[in-house]
Design a protein around this ligand. Structure first.
Ligand code: GDP
Length: 420
């Protein structure tokens, strides 16, 4: 096991090979649970297939899927020398965007799977755009199903060109993208360089994953700690709990909670049932602040330094992507916004610009409506006080999901906050 941890998203168009690739990564890194291997080995032997083959496992998975059993590729884990990877929810999974935004499964990096025989497809575009909006740092592009195109270099090059164009359109830094010709099914260039692609001398997929930069904890930023719950504990008093998104909290710090607008000095910080003098990004903490009672603060508040308090928005401007909406969205629409631990009804006060999601350019000023597939810049007015930050300043607190009728209908990032 390695020390460093990475959350990895596997994105790409349906049927381009995401599940197969996850299966392959687990298999090559020895991460398929022993009992699963054992079961498939036994079945394979019984059926005279002899030995345990990756293809046999995947065949079985395919059968399971045909029987309507969902194969959950999320939350699978595997390790390289450098990192322990957790595969986070994939787009298409119902709550992917919501989970990414609320931090439940914020991915650091992503593998984009593009089938060599199909190239850039609609969901390739959508997922790349979402990945960009949601702050994925680096992309590794697996040009998959190379076996289907006879491992032809020219086909690989064509797909690379197509994907590079797409990345430039959404302003992804293409210098940081690596392209690898793979076959998830046959195993080419996953763990070992493949003889079938002797024209390729770059990294295997596992090498590329191992060489990803370490996710840098945002310790230098100002403290932002969204409150998840507030408890009363005898002997201590009021104990808000939550995960530090950015910055550092020390005992003795002067803090405020916004939008509740109360504050005081941090008396104690507790983590894993032990008192600690300070806590950092990623730490789940309970703490106690002098003079704060249970009814003074609530879930959805953000704790920050008194001299650099969390912003409270009168209105804010944001870029959103509409993923699924049965009809059209017009000014005046008031769905529920999920941002960090807050859930607040907000009115889309005006739709300022419609953007072309594939070029990032303005397609229409002041459109009358937007619908599924559209990207837009909108002005939003929270119906109750909401603490939120510009994504350019504190990305961890600068994105949100819009939910209505039990589903995530749009996601966005904050461009500008007009404070109260
Ligand atoms: P997902 O929808 O992106 O998760 O795609 P799947 O992993 O379910 O794959 C879709 C289909 O493509 C399945 O029938 C897979 O067996 C097949 N497939 C996936 N990867 C490869 C590959 O590298 N080569 C070939 N020939 N088929 C593949």
């Amino acid at each position: 096991m390695s020390e460093q941890h990475q959350n990895l998203a596997i994105i790409g168009h349906v049927d381009h090979g995401k599940s197969t690739l996850v299966g392959r990564l687990l298999y090559e890194t020895g991460s398929v649970p022993e009992h699963v291997i054992e079961q498939h080995r036994e079945e394979a032997e019984e059926k005279g297939k002899g030995g345990f083959e990756f293809a046999y496992v995947m065949d079985n998975l395919a059968e399971e899927r045909e029987r309507g059993v969902t194969i959950d590729i999320a939350h699978q884990e595997f390790s390289t020398d450098e990192y322990d990877f957790t595969i986070v929810d994939c787009p298409g999974h119902r709550d992917f965007v919501k989970n990414m935004i609320t931090g439940a499964s914020q991915a650091d990096n992503a593998v984009l799977v593009v089938a060599a025989d199909d190239g850039v497809a609609p969901q390739t575009q959508e997922h790349v755009f979402l990945a960009r909006t949601l702050g994925i740092d680096e992309l590794i592009i697996g040009v998959n199903k190379m076996d289907v195109v006879d491992y032809k270099e020219s086909t690989f090059d064509e797909v690379v060109d197509e994907v590079n164009q797409l990345l430039q359109q959404v302003q992804f830094n293409t210098d940081d993208a690596s392209f690898i010709p793979i076959s998830a099914f046959e195993g080419d260039n996953i763990a070992e360089p493949s003889d079938n692609t002797d024209w390729y001398d770059g990294e295997t997929l596992l090498e590329a994953l191992n060489d990803l930069p370490e996710p840098e904890p945002p310790t230098d930023a100002s403290l932002r700690l969204p409150i998840q719950d507030v408890y009363t504990i005898s002997g201590i008093g009021t104990v808000p709990v939550g995960r530090i998104e950015t910055g550092v909290m020390n005992t003795g710090d002067d803090v405020v909670f916004q939008p509740s607008d109360v504050g005081g000095e941090v008396k104690t910080i507790e983590m894993h049932h032990e008192e600690v003098p300070k806590a950092e990004p990623g730490d789940n903490v309970g703490f106690n602040v002098r003079g704060i009672g249970k009814d003074d603060i609530r879930r959805g508040d953000v704790c920050g330094p008194a001299d650099d308090p969390p912003k409270v928005a009168e209105t804010f401007q944001a870029q959103i992507v509409v993923m699924q909406h049965p009809s059209v969205i017009t000014a005046g629409y008031t769905p529920v916004f999920h941002a960090h631990t807050a859930q607040v009804a907000c009115t889309i006060e005006s739709i300022d610009k419609k953007m072309d999601p594939s070029s990032g350019e303005v397609a229409e000023e002041d459109p009358d409506f937007i619908q599924s597939g559209d990207a837009a810049v909108v002005t939003i007015r929270p119906q109750k006080p909401l603490s939120i930050e510009p994504s350019s300043e504190i990305p961890e607190l600068g994105s949100f999901a819009i939910r209505d009728m039990g589903q995530t209908i749009a996601a966005g990032k904050v461009l500008e906050v007009n404070e109260k």
